[in-house]
Design a binder for this molecule. Structure first.
Ligand SMILES: [Zn+2]
Length: 478
């Protein structure tokens, strides 16, 4: 099966170095306060560079043409570095104050390590040519973690993929240790920032592997062949949970970032929904923020479905957690709007409820040949190259085309255009799920028991009926 890999990954898979392209040489001082960057162009220089952050110009100093015979002019204005009459194969140099970046909130500390948003310092062409390389010079005892694929045989060398300039990415300097796990055809590259001991690193590997296995249960493989996982040790400074904050960033390659209390036991991480929710975001591409309700809902739906398939929840527990989420969302949707108080519960669970409606309708209409799983699987195979942000409606239309249906445009399109909270109770009743005093009961009173069981136990592989001999009623049944 051909995996959708970008040209850079093809170079890596072939095991050969790419041809020479633009080259960045980056040095950081031992106090982690100043970056010195030298960018040499391969052939003609672009007319301008951007960082993706309009404030990045304020962090710059000593910008100049660094060539034996410096011709041309370089100037910085309104978030753009303009290059005029620069000779072919010329170099430019600039310095970036990390202290000023910290004041601009594009930087943070984990102990004595520093985290930087790449948009604060990486000035790059609007379109990055293939084979553009970055090479870091690190002081003794300082390591670097980046969201970019490594250059083979180069300890601090990386390839710069052409993901959009305004996508966020994170680089860590300091106390960084690296490891990886292989799951279902994918390699997850884990970087740990902060004071982790060997036992804690083993435990991180265990819960990352288990979480990736959960997500692999959605359609039989992990969605991103080379994914990044950045784990940062917060200790107990931010609440009592194992993962006080997590997010996915997509510049370079999709990466899940976990800020954790590394001192809690492994069991706390295995019981937490956050890791599965976060890796579930790798099932979908970058989608415009106006559709946050959709992609957060998708991840909220799969954080329960995937944990059930992975054996971390029973079927009843998974349905209970979905029902509880729907109730929290519905309750918040009925509360008056208050400025400055986003309705997160409504947003996440409105999308999850729509995901359940779409999944069940698709399975019914296609006699279990298609599902939300198979739609996302087909999308991953045809269209997953991480080079653009999808409009939500375009994404729904593409899923409709892949499943030969109108399910996505009609259901998600409807809730994109209204604030109505989806009514899931008829679907739950249809699946033989009764609710008494808030407690979910799985009954045998349904024609759709096989569908209900399949949904929580196994993926629908495209074109393969997986009902395991259990007969499904004809489409259009109750
Ligand atoms: Zn999320």
């Amino acid at each position: 099966m051909t995996k959708p890999v970008c040209c850079c990954w093809v170079f890596l898979l072939l095991g050969s170095l790419p041809a020479w392209g633009h080259r960045y040489d980056i040095a950081i001082d031992p106090r982690l306060s100043l970056l010195q960057v030298r960018l040499c162009f391969d052939g003609a220089a672009p007319t301008s560079l951007t960082s993706g952050d309009r404030r990045a110009g304020t962090y710059l100093s000593d910008v100049y043409i660094d060539s034996p015979e410096p011709a041309g002019r370089v100037s910085v204005r309104r978030g753009r570095m303009r290059l005029q009459d620069i000779a072919a194969d010329a170099c430019i140099a600039y310095k970036v104050s990390l202290q000023q970046i910290a004041q601009g909130r594009r930087s943070s500390h984990i102990g004595d390590s520093r985290l930087l948003d790449i948009r604060s310092w990486l000035w790059r062409p609007e379109t990055v040519p293939a084979s553009t390389q970055l090479h870091f010079s690190m002081p003794a005892g300082v390591e670097v973690a980046t969201p970019w694929p490594p250059l083979p045989g180069r300890r601090h060398g990386f390839l710069l993929p052409d993901t959009p300039a305004d996508w966020s990415g994170r680089v860590a300097f300091g106390r960084v240790r690296k490891t990886s796990v292989n799951v279902a055809g994918a390699e997850l590259h884990i970087s740990l920032v902060g004071p982790f001991d060997d036992r804690q690193i083993d435990e991180v590997r265990t819960w990352v592997r288990k979480t990736a296995e959960n997500i692999s249960g959605v359609y039989g493989r992990f969605p991103v062949v080379n994914a990044g996982v950045l784990v940062m040790a917060l200790g107990d400074r931010y609440g009592s949970g194992p993962v006080p904050w997590a997010e996915v960033q997509r510049s370079g390659r999709p990466e899940a970032h976990f800020f954790i209390n590394q001192n809690l036991p492994l069991a706390a991480f295995l019981a937490d929904w956050t890791p599965t929710h976060e890796l579930a975001h790798m099932l979908h591409p970058a989608i415009a923020w106006q559709f946050k309700w959709f992609y957060e809902g998708l991840a909220s739906y799969y954080q329960n479905v995937a944990r059930a398939r992975g054996g971390q929840l029973s079927q009843r527990q998974a349905w209970q957690k979905l029902y509880d989420g729907f109730e929290r969302g519905l309750k918040q949707s009925r509360q008056p709007d208050r400025r400055g108080s986003p309705k997160y519960m409504e947003m996440y669970w409105r999308g999850a409820a729509a995901a359940l409606l779409a999944d069940v309708r698709l399975r019914k209409e296609s006699h279990n040949r298609h599902s939300l799983d198979s739609a996302l699987s087909q999308f991953q195979q045809c269209c997953f190259a991480p080079v653009k942000t999808w409009d939500g409606f375009a994404f729904f239309r593409r899923l409709d085309e892949l499943t030969d249906s109108r399910v996505f445009s009609s259901i998600f399109g409807k809730y994109a255009r209204s604030d109505e909270f989806p009514d899931v109770l008829p679907v739950l009743r249809d699946l033989g799920i009764q609710v008494k005093r808030g407690r979910v009961h799985l009954t045998d009173e349904s024609d759709w028991l096989a569908l209900r069981t399949d949904l929580m136990t196994k993926p629908v592989v495209v074109g393969v009926q997986q009902s395991g001999g259990l007969s499904l009623p004809a489409a259009g049944g109750r």
